[in-house]
Write a protein that binds this ligand. Structure first.
Ligand SMILES: Nc1ncnc2c1ncn2[C@@H]1O[C@H](COP(=O)(O)OP(=O)(O)O)[C@@H](O)[C@H]1O
Ligand SMILES: CSC[C@H]1O[C@H](OP(=O)(O)O)[C@H](O)[C@@H]1O
Length: 399
């Protein structure tokens, strides 16, 4: 019988005392639920000095932002903890440390990153972290290479594909990314002023064929253990540091999905900057975001190629030239999935602070329009953008 119960603040303190690994567990005395994501409870656990020391995160049996009408598997806590543990083996520097997890209680105890800030919030304020994108690309290279067929033993890889099979969370992505924005749907949340633009997406057969291809590869290309939802709200930054959290959408999928999602969120920030910042700061922020896009891709691609040259274990995949050819396909996927992230965050239900925090309605609508048109172009052009410089040029051309 399941021992699951939803934690109270007191339960979370008690649990952190037992499993937080702190020297003096009795010094943990208080907690506050701070979850601001769509899905789960997150408790900060404080010591007698009022300092946050440990995080306790628990999955609810439903989608938090909607309520009990949308039930959701508790197995997502296991998937999140195991994905982060797996990624932590290969990139400890940039993966939050999981100290303990319990699949029955759907709970995990993790490193407290309260001395960092969520990247999205910093982007909204116009704050630049010059190393973050290179670090993000490094995290993507390490985690995606080491969980792929280039490195994993084929038997282990096949076992892991099963261990990380994540049908319910993938179903959310399959609906929110690849279906709902391209049809009339109650959950869509675009500004009413953009009805004609949304209608044009619904009527664009060429676009829908390209989106179908991206969805098909999301279903079937088990290339590596993805984070599965790597947006700027799942990334903590501090001066010179970056840590990834929140991997409950982890599964074996197409590598370009993670890179495209990450870059897509940088481009949402790019599109939103004129609505959030005064013109001079907005222009600087937009240039910084384009640099971030470049750094993320270059750092990923250089890291992946170096790892492939040095550490590929499969004799055929180690053939000189193959890793570079494979990266060409990852590049096209990256551009396509980047486009679907831009559209699902603006047309679909999962709206983000970058856009929501724009006070001026007309400006907000213009920023959303730009994100949608950029997303559409990227999906359509995904196979025709030769390199990162050409991508940056296309983004500038969008306005
Ligand atoms: N390790 C951590 N250290 C400090 N704060 C955290 C940590 N993990 C999560 N949080 C806080 O909780 C919020 C929600 O966490 P997140 O994992 O994104 O939840 P969800 O799965 O519901 O999206 C984060 O935005 C952050 O403010
Ligand atoms: C119904 S879940 C919507 C959306 O929420 C997730 O984000 P997060 O866990 O970071 O709040 C994910 O992006 C899902 O697509």
């Amino acid at each position: 019988m399941s021992q699951y119960r939803t934690f109270t603040a007191a339960d979370a303190v008690e649990y952190a005392r037992q499993f937080g690994g702190v020297d003096n567990p009795d010094s943990l005395v208080d907690s506050l639920e701070v979850g601001d994501g769509n899905l789960n409870l997150v408790f900060k656990i404080f010591d007698t000095q009022g300092v946050s020391r440990i995080i306790v995160k628990q999955a609810l049996p439903y989608v938090r932002c909607v309520g009990e009408s949308w039930p959701l598997t508790l197995d997502r806590a296991r998937l999140e903890a195991e994905t982060l543990i797996e990624h932590g083996k290969f990139c400890p520097e940039h993966t939050v440390k999981i100290l303990h997890y319990d699949a029955d209680l759907a709970v995990m105890v993790m490193e407290d990153l309260s001395d960092h800030a969520i990247w999205r919030g910093e982007l909204v304020k116009g704050k630049n972290y010059p190393l973050a994108a290179t670090q993000l690309g490094g995290y993507l290279a390490q985690t995606l290479f080491h969980t792929s067929d280039f490195f994993q033993h084929p038997y282990q890889k096949k076992k892991d594909v099963i261990r990380f099979t994540n049908p319910e969370l993938c179903d959310i992505t399959e609906e929110l990314f690849f279906n709902e924005p391209y049809e009339q749907h109650d959950r869509n949340a675009y500004p009413r002023e953009l009805e004609r633009l949304a209608e044009a997406l619904r009527d664009d057969e060429e676009l829908k064929v390209a989106v179908a291809g991206l969805k098909h590869r999301f279903f079937s290309n088990a290339e590596a253990l993805l984070h599965g939802d790597i947006h700027s709200g799942s990334i903590f930054v501090a001066e010179g540091r970056l840590k990834v959290i929140d991997a409950e959408f982890g599964f074996y999928g197409p590598i370009g999905f993670d890179i495209g999602t990450a870059i897509g969120n940088l481009l949402i920030s790019y599109c939103a900057a004129p609505g959030l910042l005064v013109p001079r700061e907005a222009a600087d922020a937009r240039e910084q975001r384009l640099n971030d896009v470049r750094d993320t891709w270059n750092s990923f691609a250089e890291g992946f190629l170096a790892l492939a040259a040095e550490k590929s274990t499969d004799r055929a995949l180690a053939t000189p030239g193959y890793a570079r050819e494979f990266l060409g396909k990852v590049w096209s996927d990256t551009i396509g999935y980047c486009g679907t992230e831009l559209i699902r965050r603006t047309v679909g239900m999962s709206q983000v602070a970058d856009i929501k925090n724009i006070d001026d309605r007309a400006m907000q609508v213009e920023c959303v329009r730009q994100a949608i048109t950029l997303g559409r172009s990227l999906i359509l052009l995904a196979n025709h953008v030769p390199d990162i410089d050409a991508l940056i040029m296309r983004i500038r051309q969008n306005g």
